[in-house]
Design a protein around this ligand. Sequence first.
Ligand code: NDP
Length: 297
Amino acid sequence: MTAQLIDGKAFAEGLRNRVSVLAAQFEQKAGRKAGLAVVLVGEDPASQVYVRSKGKATIAAHMASFEHKLPDTATEEELLALIDRLNRDPAVDGILVQLPLPAHLDEQKVISTISPDKDVDGFHIINAGRLAVGQEGFVPCTPLGCLMLLKDRLGDLAGLDAVVIGRSNIVGKPMAQLLTQESCTVTVAHSRTKDLPGVVRRADIVVAAVGRPEMVKADWIKPGAIVIDVGINRVPGAEEGKTRLVGDVDFAGAKEVAGAITPVPGGVGPMTIAVLLRNALVAAYRNEGLPLAMGAL
Ligand code: NDP
């Protein structure tokens, strides 16, 4: 059997278009654009690329983008003072601090300074708690994007066996909570899991968020299962000196067994920015007290 390809790029484009239409409506109703502030500390080249592409995507989605760059010598006080200003700025609906931060800055302290109502990354402990108890808040972008792809493919997920490989605060844990809310029977696997292939083989839904190139093999996958590959790993390419991206799943093998699978690149990756824009727009509607039909997003 050959799996269907889950085209995250196309889904993300559709989501971005819907966000853009609702962002234009927001501007008409609120008399201002929804605003997303991105804070970058230091000169990390990968982070600079991410911040630039987030800024461009924000503007393309009919929202205002505010970029704040601090040198890697910035003190914690300076960074916290900036976040405090953004928390109080009514033009800013969402605040994202690009991670990782330089080593002298305490990530947890920085994240906990962001107002939970502007925490569009969903990393604040209040939003983690809201997700845990099933209250409305902000959910981290990557797992929410994975859930959207799964629901688009499967509709109702109730009763399905799901295995999430990885238990990070950013992906694995929130993913497991979202799937639990959808009434899946969820197993969270990690580096200490015994017989990982056997655990994965039981699953109707596999979400791999490990960071190990092509670790999940074809013979771990139950025939017909839906496989969501979150991993982004750079490995040596066919040509000398070149690299290529692979996921945490052995795509070539798994696509012969799975019912549907996300490719890397072009699967989960594009969903992350699209969901960030979605979260920023939701924040804007909430901050202005305007109703938003969540079904539209
Ligand atoms: P972390 O390193 O924070 O977590 C990795 C998890 O994998 C840990 O829970 C770890 O277990 C588990 N793990 C490690 N080795 C094994 C193993 N041999 N068997 C089973 N489990 C194992 O990573 P993230 O969650 O931040 O990211 C995971 C991957 O997703 C990375 O490739 C990252 O680049 C990618 N990513 C992609 C995004 C996107 O936009 N598509 C966004 C975010 C991440 P333990 O807890 O026991 O150490």
